[in-house]
Unconditional design. Structure first.
Length: 362
């Protein structure tokens, strides 16, 4: 088997055992005589799949009973619109922390629906850090505060114990690129959303975890499909869901459960990230671009000190089976995305290559 180490930011690496199960169950799922792709989403077999996926996710994240789990479509990007459409309702105000491109896109979209305000931004230093805020920075009348927990492009994150203090306001979080990577207390959030294709499964499904009382606020002229209540009342089956993507997410959740849940993967992730950051910090050849205390466990952007070498680094790594290391076009250099499914062997192989490349180009 000639699999590469895939450092793509998304769609990204999936656990090999999950892919193997998907292969095994492809032609004849659990004796039903057909593949999951061919099933009616109203069938008993599929009901078990989607209910199983939800129940695993609830267990993994300790999602309280007063939260709904929705499997939607349209990517995290559609949530940039759905959130203000449904939740910018009482005072038409929402406060934003701008920590990168995705946070900014969420802000720009919300501006179409009401009074969206930037409370803090790290744009002044190309989003290399998480801005500090205090409770009094936020408007007491804001319908919600929006943050992007892990900044996929710039490699920064709000740590579980470093969420902004917003008092009694509702916190809404884009967790697309770090959901299930370490323990966050769901009850601190009003709504969490995440596109599947970074840390959960294939593209096509977006998980929304929403507190009950926020459902049903959309106004009468809201397009039916964009109202959370429609999807909540129909248990994510208002129309055909992303059946196969949800199935694979369910397999990934099971894989995580078998591993020991979030505490287990968190430890693995911290070790993996530490190994790579330690190597970068101790080398005089590479530079990590994110501020140390705000670093992501999932996305590790770095450059060669001599930036003329970045392109050669990416090209040579590619040939060695270390692929998709090119940084996002807005930042350049390299980015190693080391999601849950990236094995430690991938980190070791990357560090070996980095050592070799540095030796040859000093
Ligand atoms: C990838 C990403 C998005 C966009 O996700 P889509 O599912 O492609 O819409 C949004 N936010 C973050 C943090 C991301 O990493």
């Amino acid at each position: 088997m000639d699999r590469i180490f895939n450092f793509s930011a998304g769609p990204s690496v999936l656990p090999v055992p999950v892919l193997q199960t998907a292969v095994k169950e492809m032609l004849n799922y659990h004796g039903y005589g057909l593949s999951v792709m061919e099933m009616s989403h109203r069938s008993k077999a599929y009901e078990e799949i989607i209910e199983g996926a939800e129940s695993s996710l609830r267990k993994l994240m300790h999602i309280p009973n007063n939260y709904k789990v929705l499997f939607l479509q349209g990517g995290a990007t559609l949530q940039f619109s759905m959130i203000p459409l449904n939740l910018m309702k009482k005072n038409q105000q929402a406060d934003f922390l701008i920590t990168g491109n995705w946070a900014n896109k969420a802000y720009l979209e919300a501006k179409k629906f009401g009074d969206a305000q930037i409370i803090a931004s790290s744009k002044d230093q190309n989003f290399s850090y998480i801005p500090k805020t205090q409770k009094s920075d936020f408007r007491e009348t804001a319908d919600y505060v929006h943050i992007c927990v892990n900044n996929t492009i710039y490699g920064t994150r709000f740590k579980p114990n470093g969420l902004p203090d917003i008092g009694n306001l509702d916190l809404i979080a884009d967790m697309s690129s770090n959901i299930l990577s370490e323990e966050y207390d769901v009850s601190k959030f009003a709504l969490i959303y995440a596109g599947a294709q970074k840390n959960m499964g294939p593209a096509g499904v977006t998980v929304v975890i929403i507190r009950d009382d926020l459902i049903g606020q959309a106004s009468i002229d809201t397009p039916t499909y964009l109202d959370y209540k429609i999807h909540a009342d129909a248990d994510s089956m208002y129309n055909t869901p992303a059946c196969y993507s949800i199935y694979v997410c369910g397999l990934v959740f099971k894989w995580l459960e078998n591993l020991g849940g979030i505490p287990a993967i968190e430890e693995i992730n911290k070790n993996k990230a530490q190994k790579l950051y330690d190597y970068i910090d101790n080398s005089d050849f590479y530079i990590g671009t994110a501020k140390t205390e705000d670093r992501s466990l999932m996305n590790v952007p770095f450059i060669c000190k001599n930036s003329d070498l970045n392109a050669a680094f990416i090209a040579e790594a590619e040939k060695k089976g270390l692929q998709n290391l090119k940084g996002h076009r807005s930042i350049g250099g390299m980015r190693a995305s080391i999601y849950n499914a990236m094995p430690v062997e991938g980190i070791d192989a990357l560090i070996l290559f980095m050592q070799d490349f540095a030796k040859r180009n000093h």
